[in-house]
Design a protein around this ligand. Structure first.
Ligand code: 13P
Length: 246
């Protein structure tokens, strides 16, 4: 199974969302109908979730939120309810993106609580991990991966599906994609950690960080790369389609 996930971050209005799907869905259906081993997911901004769910009705694509809280309702100003995401037809929740960690001070402990809650609701969490440039340059990459995985999955349920997205922070939005060797090494480490902790060998590990149509083909061949989490290049229907065809 290969997973192609679009993280739209804080881009697109509801009408731009509908526009995108107007261009994307028909050609994408050709891939999805002829290849049952491909899954395509979208993480639009929370206010566009409903537009995304409605535009994709009847198509084999999944929609989810970029973040959610570990309670379904209450006095939590500004948060997104995973229960509501589920109610409107969302199936996945992205958690622990490096932008949430850095700009919104999310800790591994908070991410772990959200992860467990999302699984409890029957939704699928996608946990993002990855080292900063400073951590890579000081040789700490594998330690960071190990720590973020072990803390983020601290309350995970091994019997419920989830995904990991390895996104080296220095490769996000910079055009500096990690080398094939760097990706291979990091993904092998993630797979080894997951296996040692007793998680399913089917748990997908996605790579993210400056994935583009022209580097997708080489990256997808790497062992333990089970798909991509794409930022910038997922905003354009044609370029995301090309990546999904990799
Ligand atoms: P870019 O593809 O724009 O580098 O973003 C990657 C990312 O952060 C996806 O979550």
């Amino acid at each position: 199974m290969k997973f192609f996930a679009a993280n739209w971050k804080l881009y697109k209005t509801p009408s731009e969302t509908r526009d995108f799907f107007g261009k994307f869905l028909e050609p994408a259906s050709k891939i999805l109908n002829s290849d049952t081993q491909t899954e395509i997911l979208f993480f639009p901004p929370a206010v566009n979730l409903e537009a995304a769910v409605q535009s994709t009705k009847g198509f084999k694509v999944q929609v989810g939120a970029q973040n959610s809280y570990f309670e379904s309702e209450g006095a939590f100003t500004g948060e997104t309810s995973a229960q509501t995401v589920k109610t409107i037809g969302g199936t996945w929740i992205l958690l622990g993106h490096s932008e949430r960690r850095k700009l919104f001070a999310e800790s591994d402990e908070l991410i772990a609580k959200k992860f467990a809650y999302v699984q409890k609701l029957g939704l699928k969490p996608m946990l993002c991990i990855g080292e900063t440039l400073e951590e890579r340059e000081s040789g700490k990459t594998l330690n960071v991966i190990q720590k973020q995985l072990s803390l983020g999955l601290a309350q995970a349920n091994a019997n419920q599906p989830f995904a990991i997205a390895y996104e080296p922070v220095w490769a996000i939005g910079t055009g500096k994609v990690a080398s094939l060797e760097q990706v291979q090494e990091a993904h092998a480490q993630v797979r080894a950690e997951l296996t040692a902790k007793g998680y399913s060998v089917e748990t997908p590990i996605l790579y993210g960080g400056s994935v583009k149509p022209d580097n997708a083909k080489a990256l997808i061949q790497i062992k333990n790369v089970n798909g991509f989490l794409v930022g910038g290049a997922s905003l354009d229907a044609k370029s995301f389609l090309e990546i999904c065809q990799a």
